[in-house]
Design a protein around this ligand. Structure first.
Ligand code: NAD
Length: 317
């Protein structure tokens, strides 16, 4: 089987290319990425072929989709704050881009699994979040992911395209980018801790997240394409572990075997307060995937960042 991974040079994309390339069922992997937030280096040493271009280029997409049996659609302009800075760019990449991917898959009759986001639940307070809850996006990013997810489901029912929409929660692990204003919380915390700087917490730190190790996400995505798993409803991709940021900091300090300093700043606009997935559907569809526990995933992630040259002892001095 040949697989196209859009956003394949990004954090989740490159981890997925790695997982796909070790599966015996997969003959070849193509990564399509415009390198807006992804990196060529993420694919170093992998047999995946990188095509540099945009999902907004419909001719390019058609040509690539014709050459594969399945698509993992991850390309997007990620992050809530980035969407507050430029809502139209987020809509174009996330919503319109997904529509173009679906059109290419409709024409070729190709399977597609696509990344949605837990941010679609937005201000809905119920916990854990199960997929039949209403959606109330609190940011242009969340709204663009909801529009994309709606199209993924609509293409399945209207045109019979085999699709699966997975709502990722907070994914973390090696290759997640850091050192910019839009960094996700775990890489930002690890980066600060390794530099000996205080960890910046927005608000009081009691807000919770459901963290999923990227290796577990990549396993679900590989399994989805190999078994062509589809669903008429969205499916949460997280395992129901609700951890406050303060608890996360304690666990990170335990992994690092030293205390870390914390600095509280104002809460961020568009951020949800609590997050925890109901994983009943996920576990039913993917019964063999065993999620990596948080402490193990954190330790692997810290090791990966420590191996980056900028955290070498000389650079930290
Ligand atoms: P990322 O920024 O590392 O990956 C996105 C990739 O898409 C990047 O490599 C980027 O260069 C590429 N890209 C952006 N616009 C493109 C375009 N027009 N054409 C081609 N490539 C383009 O982010 P990620 O965390 O790996 O996110 C992957 C997917 O998962 C996204 O759809 C994101 O919305 C979704 N998601 C991620 C999380 C998380 O916790 N990381 C949570 C919820 C949803």
């Amino acid at each position: 089987m040949r697989v196209l991974v859009t956003g394949g040079a990004g954090f989740i994309g490159a981890n997925t290319c790695r997982e796909l390339s070790i599966r015996p069922e997969v003959e070849s992997v193509i990564a399509l990425d415009d390198l807006s937030t992804g990196f060529v280096e993420n694919l170093a040493g992998l047999p995946a072929r990188l095509v540099t271009g945009s999902i907004l280029d419909r001719d390019l997409l058609d040509g690539l989709v014709d050459r594969v049996d399945a698509v993992v659609h991850l390309a997007a302009r990620p992050s809530v704050p980035r969407s507050l800075a430029d809502p139209v760019a987020s809509h174009e990449a996330n919503a319109t881009g997904t529509l173009y991917v679906l059109e290419a898959c409709r024409r070729a009759g190709t399977y597609v699994v696509a990344a949605s986001s837990s941010s679609v639940y937005g201000s809905v307070a119920a916990l854990p979040k199960h997929e039949d809850l209403p959606t109330r996006p609190m940011s242009p990013y969340a709204a663009s992911k909801l529009a994309a997810e709606g199209q993924v489901l609509a293409y399945r029912s209207a045109f019979g395209v085999p699709t699966l929409a997975l709502r990722f929660f907070n994914v973390y692990g090696p290759m997640q980018s850091v050192g910019h204003a839009y960094a996700a919380v775990i890489p930002a915390f690890i980066d600060a801790a390794l530099r000996g700087a205080p960890l910046t917490v927005h608000g009081d730190g009691t807000q919770s997240r459901d963290f999923t190790y990227v290796g577990s996400v990549a396993q679900v995505l590989a399994d989805a394409v190999i078994r062509r798993v589809t669903s008429e409803t969205p499916v949460n991709l997280a395992y129901g572990n609700r951890v406050s940021l303060l608890a996360l900091i304690d666990r990170l300090a335990a992994v690092l075997e030293r205390p870390v300093e914390v600095e509280h700043v104002a809460p961020r606009v568009g951020d949800v307060r609590e997050s925890q997935a109901d994983h009943t559907r996920l576990s039913t569809l993917f019964p063999t995937v065993r999620p990596v526990p948080l402490d193990e995933g954190l330790a692997a992630t810290v090791r990966w960042y420590q191996e980056l040259s900028r955290y070498a002892p000389a650079a930290m001095a």
